[in-house]
Design a protein around this ligand. Structure first.
Ligand code: KIV
Ligand code: ZN
Length: 385
């Protein structure tokens, strides 16, 4: 079983979600919960980007003991120096340097030739390596980069001291098959690749971030980067809870595992949703309010007989106390009776049938029936002569 490291960037890429702004106290609270969740690396921010980010990264680096803490830096000495000042007290100082490698980014954003980018990447990694024991290097927009240029630059940054190589799908463009092939290509062509571990970093612009990340794992990456609840720049980063639970549930297929305490997922998700103000959609995989809710009568009947008929994940696995049978117009007698008993009503069959009829009539007027509605119907039938 391969162990895949979880690199959480909720506090850096996640905070880049439009409208999100966390203060230092909130960031420390999130970092402590990420540590409890068991993430391997916490990307706490981008120290050179603002005084506030610097202070938050420094405070988190001093506080967190059971996860590594890292900070982002451009390929410039000022950013690397600032990251060192913020991270030098952490248990295992680690820097994350990035530089764009795609023709579009090199030409329009960096205004540098590929040779200049190569030189810049090598120099910055060598500079960082003088201080940091662990240097991660990211080829920004790797998935729209020339593969042979990637081979060349990855070979050189590993020689310069990088021990983690990240190939991000910065704009959420690649497909799962292509992403897997990219990692295969890099592993087959970079001669010193055994001196580094490969990392995946997926954005969700085309809704493929989870599939892409899992494909990368199938093709040899040992670190995956993302955010809880899938928050992040534009359409967000991969939702780490989806990747971790997929690996767990389909261990037979992926043969890979993480160190995450899966039953801390719900708590982490809710904390991040509360502090960022980003509401988790009801149908969101793993952490949505409906992820363990069953509405149709056929499903409710199945779940009441044996939960695994319609649940591949137990709610308890990810920290929910139980599943939820939602009473609505598709619900059947079985679920209705169970709920009536839970509410303290043990009606004889005829009364129960009448109550069920009244409930069905109400569902044509109301989407979701509350316990108060049920209570009114059941009391009415119980007291009916
Ligand atoms: O998406 C991206 O390319 C990034 C890099 C900074 C790693 O977030
Ligand atoms: Zn990103």
């Amino acid at each position: 079983m391969r162990k895949v490291n979880i690199f959480d960037t909720t506090l850096r890429d996640g905070e880049q979600s439009a409208g999100v702004n966390l203060n230092i106290v909130e960031k420390i609270e999130i970092a402590k919960q990420l540590e409890r969740l068991g993430v391997d690396v916490i990307e706490a921010g981008f120290p050179a980007s603002s005084q506030g980010d610097f202070q938050a990264v420094e405070a988190i680096a001093k506080t967190i003991k059971n996860s590594s803490v890292t900070g982002l830096a451009r390929s410039i000495t000022r950013d690397i120096d600032s990251a060192w000042e913020a991270l030098k007290h952490s248990e295992e100082p680690r820097i994350h340097i990035f530089l764009a490698t795609s023709p579009i980014h090199m030409k329009y954003k960096l205004r540098k030739s590929p040779d200049e980018v190569l030189k810049n990447a090598v120099e910055s990694v060598k500079y960082a390596k003088q201080k940091f024991p662990i240097v991660q290097w990211s080829a920004e927009d790797a998935c729209r980069s020339d593969r042979d240029f990637l081979v060349k630059i990855v070979t050189e940054v590993i020689k310069a001291g990088a021990s983690v190589i990240n190939l991000p799908d910065t704009v959420g463009y690649i497909t799962p098959k292509e992403y897997g092939e990219l990692f295969e290509y890099i592993q087959s062509k970079v001669p010193n690749i055994d001196q580094a571990i490969l990392s995946a970093h997926c954005h969700d612009d085309l809704g493929m971030a989870t599939a892409n990340t899992l494909s990368a794992i199938e093709h040899g990456v040992l670190q995956v980067e993302g955010c809880i609840n899938g928050i992040g720049e534009r359409a967000g980063n991969v939702a780490l809870e989806e990747v971790a639970v997929a690996l767990h549930i389909r261990e037979d297929y992926y043969q890979a595992t993480t160190r995450l305490k899966l039953d801390e997922i719900k708590r982490t998700s809710q904390l991040i949703s509360k502090l960022t103000g980003m509401v988790v959609p009801g149908n969101k995989a793993i952490v949505g309010a409906n992820a363990f809710a069953h509405e149709s009568g056929i499903h409710q009947d199945g779940v009441l007989k044996e939960a695994s008929t319609y649940e591949i994940i137990t709610p308890e696995l990810v920290g929910f106390s139980s599943n939820r049978l939602v009473l609505g117009k598709h619900s059947g007698r079985h679920a209705f009776k169970e709920r009536a008993i839970e509410l303290g009503f043990d009606l004889e069959q005829e009364k129960l049938n009448e109550a069920f009829q009244a409930f069905k009539e109400l569902t044509d007027r109301k989407k979701e029936i509350t316990d108060d509605d049920l209570f009114a119907i059941l009391t009415d039938k119980q007291t009916d002569p």
